[in-house]
Design a protein around this ligand. Structure first.
Ligand code: EPU
Length: 419
């Protein structure tokens, strides 16, 4: 298994180009199942999770052509309406094939995603919503078996706001007969990006960007071209990195309009920001100030940024509190940060952080994607050498992170187990 070796204490300086958003690319690639036409996508990030979803899509019979950040999908020869356990178990977002397969072909067999390090993450809302659209769903032997004649529009109110749940139901509703109303819909920019693509494919959707999506089903969707939106979480992760190390970086290819809360919090940390249309210049001098926050759904503070901001808080000049409200077990980075000399105590879904003068490098273990990113930030801020084990978590959701960081002056080296 690959590791990262980080020699801390280097200031960052230079430009970083932000990649397409993982959490937009995954549902958008699944939308290729909804049409027999060509879906021509660009700005698709080079991530392990993208590879996994393309494998799942390819085994349905969907044709996949990939060249750098460009992917062309064609769904005219789909003949296997199934997503097997071997692939689904490695990535929960695989559940996103369920809605499209069922809506277009009237049948799907998708493995139930298993447990997940950050929380139990059930998919009951996806299933409840598809049943409301008329699907007959049974669960047997770890698989979801779904069938329907043609889905029929319905009003669906999910018990909680769910990002992939909204995306699955939205995709299914585009091909249902009549009107579907999704209440309590997730408003994340990645949901909006998917909805914008679906409209280009011929879907009729109103309320895009709000918590009430109204969809008039159409008999078929056609091909389209689309560029995946920029990854706001990747961008904010690099901004946390410079907040922790000091220096000056410029982010290119960003979407500054969808990062308000993160940017406000970074200003509170002490980062001097110059925000352009799709660039952000960030300068940090001196020690970060502590920030207290609570994760919520968009447009609130993203749970996917909680760990990275906590890394900055560990070396801030004062105490802070971080409250995680989306996932029940998303503090696994705490013990690892404490191994670097941080002073963090947790109590339920609260973490209390006392900023320390310095972190000191140590071997640590990555436990999930965003936890890994937070350890990279902590390692870059620490004195000496930090080795991060199980870095495959990072590769799932960050496009060549160590290459981008090295280009701006960080000392982050991948130690490949093939070496
Ligand atoms: N939930 C249920 N039942 C459901 C669906 C969700 O109880 O049927 C609960 C979850 O257990 C969780 C909460 O609702 O407590 C919200 O979960 P949500 O469904 O919104 O999460 P998700 O769709 O599985 C996406 C992102 C996550 C991100 C969350 C929250 C993708 C592929 N994944 O997950 O991204 O943290 O929304 O914003 O879009 C990451 O990128 O590191 C990541 C984990």
């Amino acid at each position: 298994m690959d590791q990262l070796r980080i020699t801390g204490g280097k200031r960052l300086n230079g430009d970083i180009a932000i990649s397409g958003a993982k959490n937009a690319a995954l549902p958008i690639l699944c939308a290729g199942l909804l049409t027999a036409g060509d879906l021509e996508l660009s700005n698709v990030p080079g991530l392990h999770d993208v590879k996994t979803i393309l494998k799942i899509l390819a085994q349905t019979g969907l044709t996949v052509q990939r060249d750098g950040d460009k992917v062309i999908l064609n769904g005219s020869k789909i003949d296997t309406l199934e997503a097997p356990y071997e692939l689904v178990k490695t990535m929960r977002a695989s559940i996103l094939v369920l809605g499209p397969l069922l809506a277009r072909f009237g049948e799907a067999k998708v493995s139930l995603p298993g447990g997940c390090a950050i929380g139990s993450r059930p998919v009951d809302q996806h299933i409840m919503g598809l049943r409301a659209l008329g699907a007959d769903i049974t669960i047997e032997g770890g698989y979801i078996y779904a069938r329907c004649a043609r889905l029929k529009g319905a009003r669906i109110v999910t018990d909680m706001i769910t990002v992939t749940g909204t995306e699955n139901l939205l995709m299914a509703a585009t091909l249902a007969e009549g009107e579907t109303i999704l209440e309590n819909a997730a408003r994340e920019p990645e949901v909006t990006d998917l909805a914008n693509l679906l409209v280009k494919m011929g879907a009729k959707i109103e309320g895009i960007g709000t918590d009430r999506l109204v969809i008039q089903g159409v008999p078929a969707l056609h091909g389209a071209q689309h560029a995946v939106i920029s990854d706001r979480i990747e961008a904010a992760t690099f901004l946390c990195a410079v907040a922790a190390t000091g220096g000056e970086i410029q982010l290119l290819n960003t979407r500054t309009d969808i990062m308000d809360v993160a940017l406000d919090k970074l200003r509170e940390v002490g980062l001097q920001l110059t925000v352009g249309h799709n660039t952000i210049r960030a300068r940090m001098d001196g020690r970060p100030k502590p920030v207290t926050f609570r994760t919520t759904e968009y447009p609130g503070f993203p749970t996917d940024m909680q760990a990275q901001f906590m890394a900055v808080n560990t070396i801030a000049d004062g105490p802070s509190r971080v409250t995680e409200t989306i996932f029940e077990n998303r503090f696994m980075h705490v013990q690892e940060m404490n191994r670097l000399g941080a002073n963090i105590q947790t109590e339920g879904n609260n973490a209390f952080i006392k900023g320390v003068d310095r972190l000191i490098g140590a071997p640590v273990m990555a436990t999930d994607l965003r936890a890994s990113a937070s350890l990279v930030i902590a390692g870059m801020a620490a004195e000496g050498i930090t080795i991060i084990d199980r870095i495959y978590h990072l590769d799932r959701g960050y496009d060549r992170m160590e290459v981008k960081l090295s280009a701006v002056g960080a000392d982050v080296v991948r130690i490949s187990d093939k070496d």
